[in-house]
Design a protein around this ligand. Structure first.
Ligand SMILES: *Cc1c(COP(=O)(O)O)cnc(C)c1O
Length: 235
């Protein structure tokens, strides 16, 4: 099942690239494996997937030691400062940086572990109360502040678009993120790259690719519906 789903998502990525004149090699499929057990990730690994996204530090710590070493782990969820030290040397990209205080902690912990941390600035693109991320108009300022810190490198932007029935409704937000990245790139600052745009999920990744996404984060479309049940019953 997972193998078929992956093949379908890859085909959709290819189509979206074709439609927008892009090279599919520019787009990374990040399999969002939160709540899934390691055995399920293994299945995706054997179907050729190497990039996995998790939104909890604990899940990265549990899964990374028991799965193959060539997996690229991405932290895509809200990150608490006191947990940075557990994952800073285990993930290849932190998508969810939305404050200078968090960036400072990442900088410190990366220094201690002798690694360089690549990060994205998370933008609350539709200004939703329920979402994390910095306001669009504050994004450049935050990126400029982070760029001054050692051992941390701004590689682009990340956004979680609103939940919508029709993916076309999110096109304007993906365009906004793209335009914001162009504006920030034009500041031409050392230690800020806008090469990575992490946007688009199961419901809208094809539209996101048409508007410039370089990483799409797909969970349900690969692994099926998530079951949060077991966690509820532990409370
Ligand atoms: C869960 C999650 C996804 C994947 O969502 P699907 O709709 O299942 O594809 C993508 N990005 C973030 C930040 C998530 O938390």
């Amino acid at each position: 099942m997972i193998q078929e789903n992956l093949a379908q998502v890859r085909e959709n990525i290819r189509k979206a690239c074709e439609k927008s004149g892009r090279d599919p090699k520019e787009v990374t499929l990040l399999a969002v494996s939160k709540t899934m057990p390691s055995s399920v990730l293994e299945e995706a690994y054997h179907a050729g997937n190497r990039a996995f996204g998790e939104n909890k530090v604990q899940e990265i710590m549990d899964k990374s030691p028991v799965l193959p070493g060539d997996i690229q782990w991405h932290m895509i969820g809200h990150l608490q400062r006191n947990k940075v030290k557990y994952i800073v040397d285990k993930v290849c990209l932190i998508h969810s940086v939305d404050s200078l205080r968090l960036a400072e902690e990442i900088s410190i912990q990366a220094g201690k572990k002798h690694v360089e941390a690549d990060i994205l600035v998370e933008v609350n693109i539709a200004q939703e109360e329920s979402k994390f991320g910095v306001a669009p108009e504050e994004t450049a300022k935050l990126a400029l502040e982070i760029a001054k810190l050692p051992h941390i490198h701004v590689k682009g932007l990340m956004a979680v678009a609103p939940f919508v029935e029709d993916p076309e409704d999110n096109r304007k937000y993906f365009q906004k993120i793209y335009n914001l990245s162009v504006d920030i790139q034009q500041l031409n600052t050392d230690n800020i790259s806008m090469a990575v745009l992490s946007m688009g999920m199961t419901g809208d990744y094809m539209v996101a690719i048409e508007e410039g996404a370089t990483i799409v984060r797909v969970g349900t479309g690969i692994f099926g519906e998530r079951n949060y049940q077991s966690k509820e019953s532990c409370r």
